[in-house]
Design a protein around this ligand. Sequence first.
Ligand code: F6P
Length: 326
Amino acid sequence: MNSKIKHIAVITSGGDAPGMNAAIRAVTRVSLHHDLKVTGIIGGYSGLIQGQFINLDMSSMANILKHGGTILKTGRSAEFMQASSRTEAFQQLQGAGIDAFVCIGGDGSFTGAHQLFQEHGFPFVGVPATIDNDIYGTDYTIGFDTAVNIALDAIDRIRDTASSHDRLFIVEVMGHDSGFIAVDVGVAGGAEEIFFPENPIAIEQAIEHIKRSMARGKKSSILVTAEGKKPGRAYDLAEAIRKRAGFEAKVCVLGHIQRGGAPTARDRILASRLGAHAVEKIIQGESDIMIGMQAEKLVTHKLASVLGKKKQIPNDLIKLAQILSA
Ligand code: F6P
């Protein structure tokens, strides 16, 4: 055991993801198990710059496991992108006697922690949490499974009304510039077409597809689209389909609904394992790394080896999605 580590902090940063609380709980309880002091940083990196800290103990963890969101609050801090703000953050951490922190978040949050480490040598370990599942070096991120299940439930419901009215629907899911949610939800929900950034399809192709389905007697269809870099693009798709083929499509943008609610068992377990492992690694003296889960095994990666790398959707899943939706 690295006796230098006596005091660990935990922060959530970036978009909240269901399961973040389970990760906070694992970090806190495992740290307490090792007789470490635990501090929660409130409000992401902005809170860190301002020194918004609270003491975390067993009682602060009561009943948080089943709740979405994050008890520590979160944010996307533009301030933290400036070196001077990171210096202030470093001073706050030092002033509070914190030895290392666990950063629960996505790529942007890890970049900030990595910069802090490079500039001031302050130790941290990253725990990947985002509904987008777009972090290189881990098969799954905390929150993804819950988001997919929420979107799937919505699609099943839309299917009922779509088939009752013989309607065409376009359902937009989140994911920023990646299509993990769209592909999983499209396959699991039997979508007739899936639009996602990694495999762009021409609108004409989608229209041909709808026409072929109609010729086979299909009267209702659900097209799933990833939001891509432009949330609300489902409306553009509906307009393009109306203009070119004359089909009216109903649009349903699921948006932030996918980020809320109770985390699935899978997300709670993933978050617990990643959070616990992060503490173990900090105690062992490791830093500037991210914990991941690959092929059901806990792994660690140097941040520099994963940052900025694009995680690929497995090719076989993309092919299968095409075959099943045809
Ligand atoms: O990164 C998670 C995510 O939900 C993306 O899917 C989405 O594009 C983005 O966050 C929305 O961010 P915000 O809640 O800041 O609008």
